[in-house]
Structures are given as C-alpha cells and as structure tokens.
Design a protein around this ligand. Structure first.
Ligand SMILES: [Zn+2]
Ligand SMILES: [Zn+2]
Length: 343
C-alpha cells in the first residue's frame, strides 16, 4: 500500500479519502523542545519558553485557569480536613463542568459547526458515526462516556487526595508564593517537561501486550481522534496517566500547582486530540494545539509514545518525525522485529 505520510497541504476533505494522506501537517521533521539539546542551546530554549506555542497557548491559559479555579471555583481548604460528600462532589462537578466546556466547546467549534472547515486539520476523515467498535456505534458518545465516567472521576480523586493532605498538613512542604515567588513561577514551566517524561514511561508500559489488551486498546480505537478522545481511556490508564501529579508529594508546591498539573493532563488531553493544529482567526493561528506528533502515534501505533516537550522518543528509538524517510526507517524496524519474533 502506498504511503507518503506527507500530505497535500490545505484542502477540502474528500469523502473516502485515503487514510494515509494528510490534509495538513506542520513543517517536517517535527522538532522537540530544545531543553535537552546537546551542546546546550540556552538562547533557543529561552525563545521556546516565551514562544506563542509554549507561553501564550499553554502556560498562560492553563496558569490562568488554575488560578481562577483556586480563587473562585474551589471549596475552602478547611472543608477538606475530613472526607465529606459535599466538597468532593463540588470538585467533581467543577471538573466535569471544565471538561464539558473545553472538550465540548472544541467539538462544537471544529466538528458540529465546522467553524474552521478543514483548515489546519490533519486527517481528511470525519469522526466515526456508524462503527460497531464504539458504544452506540458512535465515536463521540463513546468517548464522552469514558471521559466523564472514568476520566473526570479519577482526576477528581487525585485532586481530592491533595486537598485533604494539604488541609491536614500531611505533606512535607507547602509553598507560600509570597516567600518563594521564583520557585512558584518555575514550577509552572517545569510541570510540562516532567509530565512529558512521565507520559512516555507510562505510555510505553501501556503498550506492553497484556496491558495494552486489557486497558490501552480502548484509547487506540480512536485512530482518528477528536477532542473527546483525549481522555477517553480505560480506568487503569487513567490511574497511570494522571499519576504524574504525585510528584508534588515530594516537591515544594502550592495547591494551584496541583490544579494546573491535573488540568494540564486532563483538559490538555482534549486540546491535544482535536485533530487540528491550531485555532485560526482570519487564517492566522491564534491558539496552538499542535499535536501532530501524537496524531502519528494514533495512526502508526508503535512510535511517538511521548510528546515534543522531551525527546524521549529520540533517546529510546521510537521517534517518527513525520518525514517519509523516518517512516521508511520505522517500517524497516517493525519488519525486522516481526522477523526476529518469528525465528
Ligand atoms: Zn498508545
Ligand atoms: Zn492519544
């Protein structure tokens, strides 16, 4: 089967178009953040950290949302001293509301009202509407179920654990931002890189065949994902994927960092699975979503287990940078592996 990886640029989606042709993709090869570049590139790193992609589309919006949540949408910490249904339900309802606004809003924008048409859309196909592999044969309803029933519940469980631990002063550190303003700010910048490394490790584990069959296959039914596919996972995967927040047990943090970290993982999964590169205003990208790297994982499966914040895939030989050369190399590796397994 012919496979070019490289698509045809902007254009209208064609019904029944070949699964292998991309409508649009970012400049190739896909590059990782220059944090671990060797020799070090401090100027490139600073440029990246203040870039429209990293600072304006990710850190500032997620930072603002976490701060807003802490000051206006959060039960007072004193309520969390003992386990009570009222404050736990408060956190669950709040998280559910946030997910509906973010994933639901993106779905309405891109797919229901098609406000952007196919501009900056990766895959020409529409979401699955009549496929028996999904509940009610509908990809979107199926994805909404797993996201809300399991994803939001486990996200809430991690959050409530931290609120309860902070309220009882069980954690070794509580970061007062007035006393440690630099550390407070640096933590927001560091979380994406830690979450990326953690994602690579747990994702690699989830591709271990027994665990894949048991849990991760559910997420991979979405070979053409939409916003609701991001957190559409098996509960085992939710527990593993969202566990990166546990790093704050040993790091000096403020509860806003916990909210930021969880929202980054949960709501960020919705923004990074839209199937689009960015939101446009008058044909200019104003909000980067930028997940072609992970879109390749959904299509080709045995590659790109991490994301572009850390070069884990490059370090461990699973990087597919989107170029035809890279795909040919990866295909050869998969073939060799199958041959070795047979002999
Ligand atoms: Zn996977
Ligand atoms: Zn995914």
């Amino acid at each position: 089967m012919a496979d070019t990886t490289v698509g045809a640029g902007d254009g209208a989606a064609k019904p029944g178009a070949a699964k292998t042709a991309w409508l649009w993709h970012p400049p190739l090869p896909i590059k990782s953040a220059p944090l671990f570049a060797w020799p070090p590139q401090p100027a490139a790193l600073v440029k990246y950290l203040v870039s429209p992609f990293f600072l304006w589309s990710l850190i500032l919006p997620f930072g603002a949302l976490a701060t807003l949540t802490w000051y206006y949408l959060q039960p007072p910490l004193a309520m969390s001293v003992t386990w009570q249904v009222d404050w736990v339900l408060w956190v669950f309802a709040r998280n559910l509301g946030l997910m509906v606004v973010v994933a639901g809003g993106l779905h309405l924008f891109f797919y229901t009202f098609q406000r952007q048409g196919t501009k900056r859309k990766f895959d020409p196909r529409d979401l699955d509407r009549d496929n028996p592999k999904f509940f009610a044969r509908n990809q979107v309803w199926d994805n909404i179920f797993w996201t809300c029933a399991s994803g939001v519940t486990i996200w809430t469980a991690y959050e409530c654990f931290f609120l309860w631990a902070y309220a009882n002063d069980y954690l070794p550190y509580y970061l007062e931002w007035t006393r440690h303003p630099v550390w407070f700010v640096l933590m927001f910048l560091a979380i994406p890189f830690w979450a990326s490394f953690h994602f690579y490790c747990v994702h690699r584990l989830l591709h271990w065949p027994p665990l894949y069959k048991l849990a991760h296959a559910l997420h991979h039914r979405n070979d053409n994902p939409g916003p609701w596919s991001g957190l559409s996972m098996h509960p085992i995967e939710h527990v593993l994927y969202l566990s990166s927040v546990l790093i704050h047990v040993v790091l000096m943090s403020h509860p806003i960092h916990i909210l930021f970290h969880n929202q980054w993982n949960a709501l960020g999964a919705a923004t990074s699975h839209t199937g689009y590169d960015s939101i446009l205003l008058k044909d200019k990208p104003i909000f980067a979503l930028g997940a072609f790297h992970h879109q390749l994982h959904h299509r080709y499966f045995n590659c790109n287990y991490g994301n572009t914040f850390t070069p884990c895939d490059k370090w461990f030989g699973s990087d597919l940078d989107g170029t035809p050369e890279s795909l040919a190399k990866m295909r050869k590796r998969w073939r060799d592996k199958r041959m070795t397994a047979k002999t």
